[in-house]
Design a protein around this ligand. Sequence first.
Ligand SMILES: C=C(O[C@@H]1C=C(C(=O)O)C=C[C@H]1O)C(=O)O
Length: 215
Amino acid sequence: MRAASLRQALWHRHVNAVNAPAAMREWLTEGGSLTARLSAHSGAFRVQRLHQHRAMCLPDEARRIGLARPGQAWEREVLLRCDGRPVVFAHTVVPLSASASDWPLFSALGERSLGSTLFKDPQVRRGALEFARIRAGHPLMRRAFVALGGDPHDAGLQDAILHDAMAHHATHQTIYYARRCLYRRHQGALLVTEVFLPPVLGLVAATTNKNEMTL
Ligand SMILES: C=C(O[C@@H]1C=C(C(=O)O)C=C[C@H]1O)C(=O)O
């Protein structure tokens, strides 16, 4: 496997292109705010802010947010947790040229959900979703593994950490499913990428079981 293909993601406009399992496809195509859906499928939902700082954007993000070449951007990364389990790793980039009036709430979000602010703001225009299959070697997965306590340079450990972190979902997989969406507001651009982690599938199963028990 060429190293480059481990690091890059091929983004598709239609979800069929990533051939995701049906349950994952439901999450990938979720049209509304993830906060609402994740909260409905768990007892406790939390946005764990990992960091928000200046950083080099990924090579395939630069053009998408209007940069002429890869460069620095404002980067925010979070883990969405349901009942403590990590279900989504989210990565957001905003050009450094953005003014405070473009994204007035972005810099002071803390552990409030970015998604919910975007969905509540009538001046925000949401672009079409794009979908990708990404491998454990992709930069976003390396960051997710670090956030979950793994060593970003040990492929074996990465999977072991992620695997252990989601033991009861025991889906030792090297393919992860992601989506991204470009938001615009005034002159601003903001690109949100969400990588869905295996425990997200357990959420739907848990709720189904719960429903079955109450029938
Ligand atoms: C949880 C939601 O938004 C998430 C929260 C994010 C954040 O706080 O950085 C980023 C991406 C979204 O997946 C939502 O859509 O409501």
